[in-house]
Ligand binder design. Structure first.
Ligand code: PEP
Ligand code: MN
Length: 332
């Protein structure tokens, strides 16, 4: 249950009630927000006089629920706004990994040329094999920082584990929590204490309930800026890398208040399918698209098979803009 306590209630009293109800507390200027387990269905009568409003839920999807408020949350990433009434589809593009200054500079220049404001690239890569390229680490973050200063792009990069979560929060404009890291409660709780926008990817074996509950870990820590990312789940099908769950996206749009970004690159796993999927995703009227693009995919150190080259990306954008427009959105 979510309980809005009047802001006249003293902090010490709020803490005492939170302990009694086993609740998280998030302080807002208008009121104190208490989030209890969803099993609680009614405000205990002794707190009624200090309660402004309350909301009961049928599961632990609470802060993210469209029953709490139905409008998609607005997230402002240094002036680039998604959700709310903005109707923007934010393209996040760039290579899978930062590999060198030359490579990431070429990527940043492509974003500037195409009017795209959000550059992605991983520095801590969650590889399936310990023998594969693991990312440039802090040196990569410094290169991304340089790209932001030089080209004025926002930076999104991923956190792999808790050893570098603070570093990534410091350097990134949007912190990405990957499909494998999304169960790490150390990462989720640390991101909950920050106010940086968080892009939470769905694990490939994660139900929608588990996915949104992972988002609740961040939201209940006090960070309102959570964006969900569907990037494909594992099914019986092996011809494609994963299966992009567009039904799941429809569910999330209907039942949650979180902005949604779609990642056709990791779902498909092969570049040939990415442009068609990106167009299909855009037609769903979503808050964003994540596309992997590399100056020379044939030499990419991770996810080489799925990254578009620069010309493919240019061609794709030309077709995305009218599709976004047809569903009342704008590519940013
Ligand atoms: C990525 O974005 O490069 C990545 C590793 O994604 P995922 O966590 O979805 O596999
Ligand atoms: Mn990748």
């Amino acid at each position: 249950m979510i309980i809005h306590l009047k802001n006249s209630v003293a902090d010490a009293e709020v803490e005492k009630i939170a302990q009694e109800l086993d609740a998280f507390v998030v302080k807002k200027p208008e009121h104190h927000v208490l989030i209890t387990p969803s099993a609680l269905q009614e405000v205990p009568s002794r707190y009624e006089s200090i309660t402004e409003e309350s909301f009961a839920f049928s599961s632990d999807i609470q802060l993210a629920s469209a029953d709490y408020f139905s409008e998609t949350r607005e997230i402002d990433i240094n002036g680039v706004k998604i959700g709310g009434t903005n109707n923007n589809t934010m393209v996040i593009a760039g290579p899978c990994s930062v590999e060198s200054e030359e490579q990431i500079t070429q990527s940043a220049e492509l974003m500037v040329e195409q009017g795209i404001k959000t550059l992605r690239a991983g520095c801590y890569k969650p590889r399936t094999s310990p023998y594969s390229f693991q990312g440039m680490g802090i040196e990569g973050l410094k290169l991304l920082d340089k790209m932001r200063s030089k080209y004025g792009v926002n930076i999104i990069t991923e956190v792999r584990d808790t050893t570098h979560v603070d570093e990534v929060i410091e350097y990134a404009d949007i912190v990405q929590i990957g499909a494998k890291a999304m169960y790490d409660q150390g990462i989720l709780r640390t991101c909950g204490k920050s106010n940086k926008p968080i892009l939470l990817k769905r694990g490939f074996g994660t139900t929608l309930q588990e996915f949104v509950q992972a988002a609740e870990f961040i939201l209940s820590g006090g960070n309102d800026n959570v964006i969900l990312c569907e990037r494909g789940i594992r099914t019986f099908e092996t011809k494609t890398r994963f299966t992009l769950d567009l039904c799941g996206v429809a569910y999330l749009k209907e039942y949650t208040n979180l902005p949604i970004i779609l990642d056709p690159s990791h779902a498909m796993g092969y570049r040939y399918g990415v442009p068609d999927l990106a167009r299909a995703c855009t037609a769903m009227g979503i808050e964003g698209l994540l596309i992997e693009v590399h100056p020379d995919p044939s030499v990419a150190k991770s996810d080489a098979a799925q990254q578009l080259d620069h010309d493919m990306f240019r061609d794709l954008l030309k077709t995305l803009r009218p599709i976004a427009e047809a569903v009342g959105h704008k590519i940013v």
